[in-house]
Ligand binder design. Sequence first.
Ligand code: SF4
Length: 478
Amino acid sequence: MLAAMPPPSSTPPNQGEPRIEDPLGAVVREARTPDRDATGEPGRPAPVVRDRGDACPGALRLHTADDGRLARLRLPGGMLTNHQLDALATAAERYGDGHLGITSRGNAELRGLGDSCGAGLAELLRGAGLLPSERHERVRNIIASPLAGLDGLGHGDLRPWLRELDALLCGRDWTAALSGRFLFALDDGRGDVAGLGADVTLLAQPGGETAVVRVGASALRVAAADACRAALAAAHAFLATASAAGNGAWRVRELPPGCAVDLATALEHAGISASPATADVPPVSTPADIPDSATANTPAGPAIANASAASAAPGIVASPDGTYALVVVPVLGRVGARRLRALAGPAGEIRVTPWRGFVVPGFDERAARERLRELGDAGFITAPDSPWTGVGACTGRPGCAKALADVRRDALPGPGALPVYWSGCERRCGHPQGDWVDVTATADGHYTVAVRGAAAREVPVAEGELAEAVARARNGHT
Ligand code: SF4
């Protein structure tokens, strides 16, 4: 069983060796030679992909930015109670800049925090039940199908899995060795989060009796009752595999060739029966990571890895039980404390989506329409055809020292077939994948416009006609 497993050693930093920058910007260098490669022959040296400790911000480990300290709070499955929503609004008002950012993992970000806020912030979050384990606060990275159990699609309610997996993560010492970027995905079978590049994915299966657990290219079917223990066993096997590989991997995709996680053996050691998963297992993952950042595109953008994500598009969702849920999205992924409190719902539950939106369940039809109108009046995106749909921006000024412009002020709404992303410098942090329009600040106070992706091209910008250039690029005109 898992509790009897020896804790794996964490990935070593391997400091002191020469560095080589790889094309993706990660630091690569020669690591110690693995004993064997995939063929059983002596392996080639594995490149080290991480040579630093994990500096991911958390609720207790604050990151220093130009606009003050930054805290990132993990919300497993994006789940919040009304009380927790209010606590986050209070934290933003009392300690931060009055706003909450939503990340692409459905987590929450507070910015503009004062240097001495740590103890008070922790006490506030702890009192709201948002810090169940301080040792594990940065490893509670779980995304889940946000409409599970609400719209009649998928194969049921994921909340029992969420509670169990979170409790398992917080209840083991060794799980604290996972990176703050290691990600679990719980998919109710509709495939909306299974393609978002998680390290370990659980897929609910029809009938609710079984689940598919997937890590890397391996997928096996297990009993639904064993699913969370299977996910934890997969994570444990990853740590052991990464330690043996010696390349500092934080994510499954960072393991060197020939160092795959042996899922079958991991489940066997955990005492979990498994069988081949032969049907309907979505692709392993998107090639890109999901940045856990509060600055990126809104729901129409291609960070949505598949069409089923449209089920979390802004609007009203009807449930088979006769109730209705709202889906709303804050412009550019940030919401002020007062508007945040306006999301409190009749079911006492709010779900933050991996597309920076909120799901508020439990309305009757009339109340749903009324609340949606109110939230629209308050500035939320409430319909897919909003001019802000598909518009994203990085942090920019004043929060980022590298920024050449206040991109969140400059970003323009407008309809467009392609998503658009405004960047304060050429790093383009959190930009979308696929086809998108790139608007990047330049040192001379202007912006460049380009289409990225399959139809890549530069778009000329005449003096004073930035909006026109962006619109042309978004709608495929030259
Ligand atoms: S793209 Fe540049 S300006 Fe924007 S957050 Fe990244 S480093 Fe800062």
